[in-house]
Ligand binder design. Structure first.
Ligand SMILES: Nc1nc2c(c(=O)[nH]1)N[C@H]1C(S)=C(S)[C@@H](COP(=O)(O)OP(=O)(O)OC[C@H]3O[C@@H](n4cnc5c(=O)[nH]c(N)nc54)[C@H](O)[C@@H]3O)O[C@H]1N2
Ligand SMILES: Nc1nc2c(c(=O)[nH]1)N[C@H]1C(S)=C(S)[C@@H](COP(=O)(O)OP(=O)(O)OC[C@H]3O[C@@H](n4cnc5c(=O)[nH]c(N)nc54)[C@H](O)[C@@H]3O)O[C@H]1N2
Ligand SMILES: [Mo]
Length: 670
């Protein structure tokens, strides 16, 4: 049987896939030719989805070995659920809800399986997890500047955009279904410029690649603005109509002539002048920015400075032009009951490690290690779903110390035996995207979609929401939204009068699979603003440390999706077989590092061993490790987040994955 389903993974593309199933098992994945964004192709990793779940978890398991050892015995669902409910009830009775922490992210982007389990935790008054590992800095920066995250419609780019500025994004790898639209614009004459600390797939697509030092984007943006103001290339008519606070911004830009920016960013002043003039002439600029530049201590300010450039140019007046960070703000769903948000009304999550009363204790997910090892009163029960924190969260050493605590009760819902799953007291098998119903938005286009289950769950796998409904029943919880089916959740989400959702019903989604939001045509989300230039962004560069003079970037690998697919040997092979440290010849030579040699990579938070690849790809002073590899592929069996810190960004409490000061030293075998 062949049928359609939306890819559930955390990627802007939210592809429509054609799945071939034999006896309920997935054997083949293709792109849906009917979907205007998917355009009939699936990415190189998604073709391999069947391989990723060949060895999946099929039955509930209970730990028999030491924590982390990965030895389990099979138990029935009844035993597992009774055992979990009893332990949880005892913790709730003795310590109250805040001793419980759900840790979750976006293993599936389906709104039901991603968010609705939270209703259970809100009903028991658990600690709230602040979802900050990825997009919170970007969202905060965008919201301060423009409001909701909306972007030009990708389908309108080719006809309209004359200049494509790909800034801090490897979009050919991480948003690959944008590529056909970029290619078509390029074919019609648009110039393509990539701005990034290292050369990757996207630089090779661009006409020009400007390498800048990490964390210096605000200075580069100011220098571009400096030239635009000085040379009369700013669209004052647009600014007068749409913007506030321009004066103070212009004053701040005065202080950044290209020569000063060159000294900080490493981008030559003549290249800055040329880029500014070209942008000023083109005006019809499409800017794709990534979250990469936000994963720095000053990342929120960096992104704000960059986001203001299309406003200076008046680019938002033109279809397909302006800036794209995410399209997610255009989906006007009614989220009041999703994940029991209404249960938080009047109770405000607080940041930090104190006990707000009558609030809810809130925990920043970038500080999981500290939350599990240094929090008072302690977390005593941890529920992990849709995420693999042992390898994706910062400061693995601390996270591991937390997961090793004998007095911590850990329940993991997973599809495969991840590193985190090994630390579970109970490990529960989760369904795959074609085995459960769900509603999907996108952060790279404007189609909403619905997945109808295409097969019975294999083995005894169950959806996340099923597990929490069963637990709610056993705890005697009465909150009605806990027991909603996926369809009831979806109907509640679609229950709004917003014009973008006019005529979009669950029935139509079920019949057609996906539907485009009813956006105005052309889509000009900020043609009239509002654009807030104030406060003027600050320049807060990422600094190395005296003993750690290099900055390590850990951006996504093209063939993994965060840690998902990390167990597929063919994909690991295609990525080089093991994680490779990209180091510039100057930095290599200064340290006696040779191409292909093993090196120690040290940060203030940990140490790993990697094989070096000496290459001119990164700007000197910056080293790069692509991808969140499964630990088993590394020479020392240690994941990359052994090196990263729990440090937070300037806006939104986000992660600082690309700001790690490190030193590299050749490993000499005795
Ligand atoms: N193939 C693949 N696709 C993915 C993912 C994946 O793991 N693999 N992950 C998905 C997820 S969860 C997300 S959030 C998105 C990833 O979203 P993004 O973070 O937008 O990912 P990238 O497109 O790799 O962009 C990051 C880029 O930022 C650069 N960078 C780092 N620091 C700086 C800086 O200070 N300034 C500038 N200008 N650039 C900097 C890095 O070198 C890298 O090229 O992609 C999604 N798509
Ligand atoms: N050093 C460094 N670390 C990073 C990043 C970086 O750039 N550098 N990027 C960060 C970013 S942007 C993100 S978004 C995070 C992502 O980190 P995670 O959200 O942890 O993403 P994945 O590693 O893909 O893990 C998702 C897990 O969810 C499981 N899963 C999928 N669907 C379901 C389901 O329906 N039910 C259950 N129970 N499980 C399911 C999958 O099997 C998989 O193991 O990592 C962050 N970590
Ligand atoms: Mo992400």
């Amino acid at each position: 049987m062949k049928a359609r389903a939306t890819c559930p993974l955390d990627c802007p593309d939210a592809c429509s896939l054609l799945l071939t199933l034999e006896g309920g098992r997935l054997v083949r994945v293709e792109g849906d030719p009917r979907h205007p964004i998917t355009q009939g192709f699936a990415c190189g990793k998604t073709y391999r989805y069947p391989e990723r779940v060949r060895e999946r978890l099929l039955y509930p398991l209970r730990r028999v070995g030491r924590k982390g050892e990965g030895r389990f015995e099979r138990v029935s669902w009844e035993e597992a659920l009774e055992g979990i409910a009893a332990r949880l009830q005892a913790i709730l009775d003795r310590y109250g809800g805040e001793a419980v922490l759900p840790y979750h992210y976006a293993g599936t982007m389906g709104l039901v399986e991603n968010q609705h389990p939270l209703a259970f935790f809100r009903a028991i008054g658990a600690s709230e997890l602040l979802e900050t590992i990825c997009a919170s800095t970007g969202s905060a920066a965008w919201e301060m500047t423009y409001g909701p995250r909306m972007a030009p419609d990708p389908e309108e780019i080719p006809e309209n955009a004359r200049y494509l500025l790909l800034w801090g994004v490897n979009s050919l790898a991480t948003h690959s279904h944008l590529t056909p639209f970029l290619k078509e614009a390029k074919r019609r004459g648009a110039k393509v410029v990539h701005i990034d600390p290292y050369a990757n797939l996207t630089s090779r697509f661009a006409h020009e690649h400007l390498k800048l030092r990490p964390g210096t984007d605000a200075a580069l943006a100011y220098a571009l603005a400096h030239v635009l103001f000085r040379e009369g290339l700013v669209d004052w008519a647009y600014l007068e109509e749409a913007a506030t606070g321009v004066e103070a911004f212009q004053e701040a830009a005065e202080a950044w002539p290209p020569e000063r920016a060159e000294a900080l960013t490493g981008v030559p002043a003549p290249a800055i002048r040329r880029l500014a003039r070209e942008l000023g002439e083109a005006r019809r600029v499409f800017l794709r920015v990534g979250y990469g530049m936000t994963r720095h201590p000053g990342g929120g300010n960096s992104l704000r400075a960059v986001l203001l450039l299309p406003a200076l140019l008046g680019a938002w007046r033109y279809p397909g032009c302006g800036a794209m960070l995410s399209t997610s703000g255009a989906f006007p769903l009614n989220k009041r009951f999703l994940g029991g948000r209404h249960l938080l009304e009047g109770r405000h999550p607080h940041r930090g490690y104190f006990r707000p009363n009558p609030g809810v204790r809130a925990i920043n997910m970038n500080q999981l290690g500290t939350a599990l090892t240094g929090l008072n009163p302690p977390i005593r029960a941890l529920f992990v779903f849709n995420t693999n924190p042992l390898v994706v969260a910062p400061n693995t050493g601390k996270v591991r110390a937390g997961l090793e605590r004998e007095d911590l009760f850990t329940v993991v819902l997973e599809q495969v035996m991840t590193e985190t799953a090994r630390y579970a007291d109970y490990l529960l098998p989760a369904t795959l995207f074609y085995e459960h119903p769900d509603l999907y938005t996108s952060y790279g286009h404007y189609y909403l979609s619905w997945n109808e289950p295409l097969a019975e769950p294999q083995g005894e796998a169950r959806p996340n929401t099923w597990v929490f409904r069963e637990l709610a029943q056993r705890l005697g919880l009465e909150e009605p939204t806990l027991y909603w089916s996926a369809e009831e959740v979806a109907r509640s989400l679609l229950d709004t009068d917003h014009p973008y959702l006019e005529g979009i019903t669950l029935e139509r989604l079920k019949a057609e699979g996906f539907l485009k939001l009813r956006l105005p045509k052309p889509f000009l989300p900020f043609a009239r603003g509002p654009v807030r230039f104030s406060p003027p962004p600050q320049v807060l560069p990422t600094e190395p440390l005296p003993d750690y003079p290099l900055i390590l970037l850990t951006p996504p690998a093209p063939r993994f999706l965060n840690s998902t697919y990390g167990d597929v040997a063919a994909l690991a092979e295609a990525e080089g077989g093991e994680p490779l440290l990209l180091i510039h010849p100057q930095d290599a030579e200064a340290r006696g590092v040779t191409d292909g040699g093993l090196v120690y990579l040290r940060s203030p938070w940990g140490q790993v061993v990697r094989r070096a690849r000496v290459t001119e790809a990164p700007i000197p002073g910056t080293v790069v490790l692509e991808g969140i590899w499964w630990e088993k592929w590394a020479p020392d069996g240690k994941g990359i987040n052994h090196l990263t810190s729990e440090g937070l960004t300037d806006l939104g409490g986000g992660s600082t994955f690309h700001a790690t000061p490190v030193e590299v030293e050749p490993l000499r075998l005795a």
